[in-house]
Design a protein around this ligand. Structure first.
Ligand code: HMG
Ligand code: MG
Length: 296
């Protein structure tokens, strides 16, 4: 009989808080991550070791990571763009790393100031450090359905970048609908193309919910064998370099959806909703604001 269980990755402390215009205190970020672990989240992306000039909201990455209590069974991961970020993340106690590139050249340049090929080359030393430290590495492929600059993205472009990331040794590929413009039909075509090169057990779905279609996209990916999905508590989120990107799919919506289908999440929904109300009280939930980096 098929195992009716889904694995949920909490990205709110990183993808959510990176886009908040209200500054959130380091102690509150640490408290939020504790509440998420208390609710049963086992994989929590805690912060991003990116340039503080590019994403000032994550400038306290070292204090956040070093301030987390190690808890059995809970993996605190860090988003990193390069070797410098990976070194700092591992020194601060990250138990997993996540690198990020895109299926769109223009987005890669806007978000990381380099081409897709240059970005992937930067991941090689990250993977070497991770291997030495014995930590896994996930890789995000942004703009897996649409790009704010190039429009619709071909499924084959996602498969091609995913294959290159697997080739260099990434453990998991998170196909990401950065803008939240995707539809279940296009999600199906993108996952069908990608799962030819990435075994479904190593694929994750990362959906933003700009048009309220993230759950339908999750359902489409589930039907094709994807069993790992990302959520951000309270539906926080967006990407500062993706104009038009709305919040991430709320983790509580994801949990409620799977539990209603009889698919086990291992997460206490009431405790998660408590964490969601608490974080919403810290961050005014206005429309997301997009910072403009001086690089054209
Ligand atoms: P650059 O300006 O081309 O890099 O930025 P550089 O190598 O010339 O370095 C510039 C400065 O940044 C230097 O400092 C470096 O030391 C510093 P300065 O000498 O000017 O004072 N620097 C760093 N500082 C801290 N940590 C580091 C680091 N690396 C360099 N790791 C870079 C290139 C990649 C660094 C920059 O573009 C960057 O940090 N970009 C990050 C953008 C970002 O975080 N976007 C949001 C996350 S991605 C996302 O949200 C999508 C996702 O959710 C999936 C989806 O939904 O699609 C994952
Ligand atoms: Mg995202």
């Amino acid at each position: 009989m098929e195992l009716r269980r889904v694995s949920i990755v909490e990205v709110g402390p990183r993808d959510g808080l990176q886009n908040e215009k209200t500054p959130v205190a380091t102690a509150d970020k640490i408290a939020l991550i504790g509440k998420l672990a208390d609710a049963g989240l086992r994989r929590i992306e805690a912060t991003a070791f990116v340039s503080p000039r590019w994403v000032p909201q994550m400038a306290d990455h070292g204090q956040v990571m070093a301030g987390l209590r190690q808890r059995p069974g809970i993996v605190h991961s860090a988003l990193v763009p390069n070797e410098m970020g990976a070194e700092a993340a591992l020194a601060a106690g990250a138990q997993a790393l996540a690198v990020f590139t895109a299926a769109s050249e223009t987005f890669s340049r806007k978000n990381t100031n380099c081409t897709i090929t240059e970005g992937i080359a930067r991941f090689e030393p990250v993977l070497a450090l991770a291997r030495r430290a014995g930590v896994p590495v996930r890789a995000y492929v942004s703009c897996a359905l649409d790009c704010p600059y190039e429009g619709e993205i071909a499924p084959d472009a996602v498969a091609e970048v995913s294959a290159r990331l697997l080739d260099i040794g990434c453990d998991e590929i998170a196909v990401s609908d950065t803008l939240g413009r995707g539809t279940p039909e296009r999600t199906t075509r993108m996952v069908e193309a990608t799962r030819i090169v990435v075994p479904p057990a190593r694929l994750a779905g990362h959906f933003h919910d700009t048009y309220g279609r993230a759950i339908a996209n999750v359902a489409a990916a589930w039907d094709l064998g994807v069993r790992i999905f990302d959520g951000a508590v309270g539906g926080l989120g967006g990407c500062p370099y993706a104009p038009g990107a709305g919040g991430n799919l709320a983790t509580e919506t994801l949990v409620a959806y799977f539990e209603a289908r009889g698919i086990e999440t291992g997460i206490d929904l009431a405790a998660l909703e408590g964490a969601a109300s608490w974080v919403r009280s810290l961050t005014e939930r206005d429309a997301p604001e997009f910072s403009q980096h001086p690089i054209p």
